[in-house]
Design a binder for this molecule. Structure first.
Ligand SMILES: Nc1ncnc2c1ncn2[C@@H]1O[C@H](COP(=O)(O)OP(=O)(O)O)[C@@H](O)[C@H]1O
Ligand SMILES: [Mg+2]
Length: 230
C-alpha cells in the first residue's frame, strides 16, 4: 500500500469541533480515486491531510510506509515538491510568468530547470498548448490555464496527484478535457490520482470512489478491473 490513513481526526475551533471524525483507508500505487460528498462534508480538509498540506488533530498518515505526520517541515517540503502534484479549482498561476515558466516553477525550486525544459514543452504540447506556451495567464482561457496548472503538477513526474475540484470552474467541454487528461496520465504515468468532485459522472470514472458524509467515510466503492484479454 502506498498511502494510508489511520483514524484521522481533524478538529477546528475552541471548543474544538470535529470536522473529520476518524477516517481510515489505504490507497495502492497507481489508483485513480474520487472523493465525493456534500459541500461542507470535509472533502478539502481530508484531501489536505492526505497530501501533507495539513496535519491531523489525531491519527496518522503514512506515505510509502513513512509517517508524514512525524516528518520535519524541511523534509516535508522536499518530499512534496518532488513527489506530489497539486491542482486546485482555481489554477493559481503566477500572472507575470509565461505558461512555460509557470510549468517550470517546481523545477526551479528543485534546481533542475535546465533538465526539465524540454519535458515542460512536451507536456504543454500534449495538452494542446504548443502555441500558448509563451503567453502569460492573462492571455489564456480558463480551460487553458487549468491545463497549464496540470502540466505544472506533472513536471516533476510525481507519484501522487491531488486535485481539489479541478473542474469546478470550467465549462463542461473543458471539464471533460481535464478528466480525460487525468485518465491518460494515470494510465501512462501510473501515478496515484485523488480528485474531489461534485459531478457524479466524473466521480464514477474512478476505480475507487470514496463517499464522505459529515466527516466520515460512508462507503468506498471499488470497480472490478476488466479481465485483460490476450
Ligand atoms: N480552517 C478552518 N477553520 C474552521 N473551520 C474550518 C476550517 N476549514 C474547514 N472548516 C469547516 O470544516 C467543514 C468542512 O470543510 P471542507 O473540508 O472545506 O468541506 P468540503 O470541501 O467538503 O466542502 C466546513 O464546515 C468548514 O466550515
Ligand atoms: Mg472543498
Amino acid at each position: 500500500m502506498s498511502l494510508r490513513l489511520e483514524k484521522v481526526v481533524k478538529a477546528f475551533g475552541n471548543p474544538p469541533v470535529e470536522i473529520i471524525k476518524g477516517v481510515s483507508f489505504d490507497l495502492k500505487d497507481g489508483e485513480f480515486v474520487s472523493l465525493t460528498g456534500k459541500s461542507g462534508s470535509g472533502k478539502s480538509t481530508l484531501l489536505y491531510m492526505m497530501s501533507t498540506l495539513d496535519n491531523p488533530t489525531s491519527g496518522r498518515v503514512f506515505l510509502e510506509d513513512q509517517e508524514i505526520t512525524a516528518m520535519g517541515s524541511r523534509e516535508l517540503h522536499r518530499f512534496r515538491n518532488r513527489h506530489m502534484g497539486f491542482i486546485f479549482q482555481y489554477h493559481y498561476l503566477l500572472p507575470e510568468f509565461t505558461a512555460l515558466e509557470n510549468v517550470l516553477i517546481p523545477a526551479i525550486k528543485a534546481g533542475n530547470v535546465a533538465e526539465k525544459r524540454e519535458y515542460a514543452m512536451q507536456l504543454l504540447e500534449s495538452f494542446d498548448l504548443k502555441d500558448r506556451m509563451h503567453n502569460v495567464p492573462g492571455k489564456l482561457s480558463g480551460g487553458e490555464s487549468q491545463r497549464v496548472a496540470i502540466a505544472r503538477a506533472l513536471i516533476m513526474n510525481p507519484q501522487y496527484i491531488f486535485a481539489d475540484e479541478p473542474t469546478g470552474s470550467l465549462d463542461s467541454a473543458n471539464a471533460q478535457n481535464v478528466m480525460s487528461i487525468f485518465q491518460k496520465i494515470n494510465r501512462e504515468h501510473g501515478c496515484t490520482i485523488v480528485y474531489v468532485t461534485h459531478d457524479p459522472e466524473f466521480a464514477a470514472l474512478a476505480q475507487k470512489q470514496i463517499f464522505l458524509v459529515d466527516g466520515q467515510v460512508k462507503n468506498i466503492e471499488v470497480k472490478k478491473r476488466a479481465a485483460s484479454r490476450r
